[in-house]
Design a protein around this ligand. Structure first.
Ligand code: ADP
Length: 504
């Protein structure tokens, strides 16, 4: 069983864990919670305690928002765009040079396998910082020819400026803890905002280590404040705070609704990246080997704990039996184990609560008459001490079943046959969600027709689970609104001021 003293642990990861207790980052200082309260964070592969963390509540959030405001009005506002870029690039260098250590902390706290953390989360985090570092010097307004028809002889100059919003509150989930933190910090800081970050209570460690690196990179105190704590206390206080100008939230649709309600007090801006129940559609003319890999990765990457999980797989009826049998066979062979073991291909779920939730969906699927082809149980034997759920494949699923409608956020896939394009398009669009969708076909016209018809924020044609700093990310319908990443993030973290000059 993995322990924090495992020989393969990087000395810096070990040193961080050896502190055993971690504080809040407010105004450049590491401080205890005002209440003195702490909470525990554990390794989901074993239940082992990784450390205790100061538990922020309303008063700490108040202090963090005040520190962020002071930095926004003070030192951060004096940093030139080019210097902001340098600072973000310096942080990117630090994330890169500490990649192994950060990946290990992520694996220990979240459960994900180390290879995925090292090849996915870490390079993407560094790349996001560099991408937005590049934007700092390019956030420009425009001059606009205005006519003013009601004002004969009008002669004006009109221009726009893109200004930061102020204090951004970032509330993030536990599935990609570091990546989600950076995805908010990078554009928010690039645009000149300051940030109060609330990591998920299940996975605070990598964000706290990032906070140390932010200090090392030389960002002024208060530019980034980190307040781990629980959703209904610290999260709700941040969402409702009158001193916060924008909330960027990623999490469940249910909590997203709470965040919108909480934002009403000062009408803060909100962007929401919420749940999904995404279709991954395999036509009979697809490259079936590639599609099989895409089906597998689409659902089982990160133990299925991705908002973009391809949790509804539609396969053309002519290929259905073969494809579903191959998926089930592959699922049965997955080597599960602690994420730090390089031989593990799938780690535990993040928490006991999440494991129970996922297993309850497996029960619901069975009860509603779906056929279990693989998995469906908590993994036993040497893994019994952790929150491992076997990769699970259901067939004989009806569109109306809960496992085909509700987000499970775990390694459970519903595979369903279809007859034709119009039918599968309607069924693919037939949930309240609209985050992503995948289509596998060699027919280019069909691929584009599907891309046009799918109600989703992201469509992958002959690929699945690809993200990039430059590609906008976000959903439609009840998967949220607003876009993170890419140039649209600049819009999301700035506001436009319109300036008129009378030239007469
Ligand atoms: P999940 O179900 O995947 O844990 P949640 O939506 O519950 O997702 O949590 C995502 C983030 O939202 C976490 O940081 C959590 O602490 C926070 N959160 C939970 N409830 C609230 C709330 N009422 N107000 C603000 N943030 C919340």
């Amino acid at each position: 069983m993995t322990t924090t003293t495992a020989p393969q642990l990087h000395p810096d990861a070990k040193a961080f864990l050896d502190k055993k207790s971690h504080k809040l980052l407010i105004g450049g200082q590491w401080v205890d919670a005002l209440s003195g309260k702490t909470f525990k964070t554990t390794n989901p592969a074993s239940g082992e305690l990784l450390g205790t963390v100061a538990e922020a509540d309303r008063a700490d959030v108040d202090a963090a928002v005040a520190a962020a405001r002071a930095a926004f009005e003070g030192p951060w506002s004096k940093v030139t765009p080019s210097e902001r870029g340098k600072l973000l690039n310096r942080l990117a260098d630090l994330v890169e040079s500490h990649a192994e250590e950060l990946a290990q902390l992520e694996t220990l706290d979240n459960g994900k396998v180390i290879g995925e953390a090292l090849k996915g989360d870490l390079p993407l985090s560094a790349d996001l910082l560099r991408y937005f570092a590049g934007w700092t010097t390019k956030i420009a307004g425009e001059t606009t020819p205005v006519s003013v028809p009601y004002y004969p002889g009008a002669r004006f100059m009109h221009y726009t400026v893109r200004e930061p919003l102020g204090v951004v509150g970032a509330i993030i989930p536990w599935n990609f803890p570091l990546l989600m933190a950076v995805e908010r910090l990078a554009p928010a800081l690039a645009c000149g905002n300051t940030v109060v970050l609330k990591p998920a209570e299940q996975t605070p460690l990598s964000a706290l280590r990032l906070g140390e690196l932010i200090g090392e990179a030389g960002l002024p105190p208060g530019a980034v404040n980190i307040v781990p704590g629980f959703g209904p206390t610290a999260g709700a206080a941040l969402a409702a705070h009158m001193g916060v100008d924008k909330i960027s939230f990623t999490g469940s649709t249910e909590v997203g609704r709470e965040v919108v309600k909480a934002s009403a007090g000062n009408l803060k801006k909100v962007s929401l990246e919420l749940g999904g129940k995404s279709p991954n559609i395999v036509f009979e003319d697809a490259d079936l080997d590639a599609a099989a890999k895409g089906m597998f990765m689409g659902i089982f990457y990160n133990q299925g704990q991705t908002c973009s999980a391809g949790s509804r797989v539609f396969v053309h009826e002519s290929k259905f039996e073969a494809m579903v049998a191959a998926l089930a066979e592959r699922a049965k062979k997955v080597r599960q184990g602690p994420g730090l073991d390089p031989a593990s291909r799938m780690g535990p779920l993040v928490s006991e609560e999440q494991m129970k939730r996922v297993l309850s969906y497996v029960e619901a699927g069975k009860k509603e008459g779906a056929k279990l082809l693989a998995g469906g149980e908590r993994a036993g034997g040497p893994l019994a001490g952790g929150w491992f759920v076997q990769p699970t494949v259901f067939s004989d699923v009806k569109d109306s079943m809960r496992i085909a409608q509700e987000e499970i956020f775990g390694p459970v896939v519903a595979v369903m046959p279809f007859k034709d394009e119009a039918e599968v398009l309607a069924r693919a669009n037939g949930t309240p969600y609209g985050l992503v969708a995948g289509v596998w076909t060699k027919d280019i016209k069909k691929a584009f027709r599907m891309a046009q018809g799918l109600k989703a924020g992201v469509v992958w044609l002959n690929c699945y689970q690809f993200v990039d700093a430059a590609a906008p990310w976000g959903g439609t319908k009840q998967s949220g609104y607003g876009r993170e990443k890419g140039p649209y993030a600049i819009e999301a973290y700035t506001q436009v001021k319109s300036v008129w000059v009378d030239l007469n």
